[in-house]
Design a protein around this ligand. Structure first.
Ligand code: ZN
Length: 270
């Protein structure tokens, strides 16, 4: 599943390619799962709209649409799910089987939403979308500490709780906890302020590094150009169960926290 850095990379890529273009017509497929808003409403909102900006909010791609004659500004919100892709292509490009939406652009290109497993979602909104939870790259150390000091959940589960922070996924939660020296099963409210500060800094650092590397997907999806090829940042614990810790050589442990595979160093993390 694409995590925050991948979604940021995809949103930035889309922004570069389609901002300033205009959606002339829209085709919506007949499969109901990807449509969080009714097909009619999606078409009516998108058709004739100018694409002002494409950005990431949490793990969503938000397409800000310019207001038309009478209606106010609207947004097209895309959640990629497991296998969703947003492709900017020429109309002659083969239409993949699992295409759920095609937006024809004034520039002559098409913006397509393709999703074989159909966990992705398409939605339109007419008021600003911010999603629940705080943005992990914007939150201050004080606000970050405030989120966790009353939670009795394991800190790993709290990091993944989208009502607290939006967009932090499994890989980056493990990596941030390693950098902070904190065990994933610790109850969030037992972390000292110094540990929370380290976790805040570690999380932002690892997310920024991954964005700079173009996301670090381990799954199969492509960027806005339809090109494969995200670079993988070097994970220190994630996916390294049984391998020696990069700091102390102790074998990395793999456990399950909140139903998610979780990796940590039993020596470096307390
Ligand atoms: Zn270690």
């Amino acid at each position: 599943m694409p995590e925050l850095p991948e979604v940021e990379t995809i949103a930035n890529g889309l922004h570069k390619r389609v901002a300033g273009d205009r959606i002339e017509s829209v085709w919506v497929g007949s499969k109901p799962e990807p449509l969080k808003s009714p097909a009619q409403e999606i078409s009516a909102t998108l058709e004739g709209a100018n694409i002002e900006r494409v950005r990431r909010v949490g793990k969503h791609i938000v397409v800000d649409l310019g207001s038309r004659k009478s209606s106010g500004a609207s947004q097209w919100i895309v959640h990629l799910g497991m296998t969703g892709r947003m492709l900017v292509v020429n109309p002659e490009t083969d239409l993949p089987k699992h295409t759920h939406l095609v937006a024809k652009l004034k520039s002559g290109r098409e913006l397509r939403f393709v999703d074989p497993r159909r966990f992705g979602r398409l939605e339109v909104r007419h008021e600003a979308f911010s999603g629940p939870g705080a943005e992990p790259l914007d939150i201050s150390a004080d606000e970050f500490a405030e989120l966790f000091h009353r939670s009795k959940a394991p800190i790993k589960a709290a990091l993944l709780n989208q009502k607290l922070l939006h967009g932090v996924g499994n890989i980056y939660a493990d990596e941030a906890l390693f950098r902070a020296g904190v065990r994933p099963r610790r109850r969030a409210n037992t972390l000292r302020r110094a540990e929370l500060n380290k976790l805040h800094a570690g999380l932002q650092k690892v997310l920024k590094a991954a964005i700079a590397a173009g996301g670090s997907s381990v799954s199969d999806y492509v960027d806005a150009d339809g090109e494969e090829g995200f670079f993988q940042i070097q994970h220190r614990v994630y996916g390294r169960g049984g391998k020696p810790c990069v700091k102390c050589k102790t074998p990395i442990k793999k456990i399950v926290v909140g139903g998610r595979g979780t990796h940590y160093c039993p020596k470096c993390q307390k």
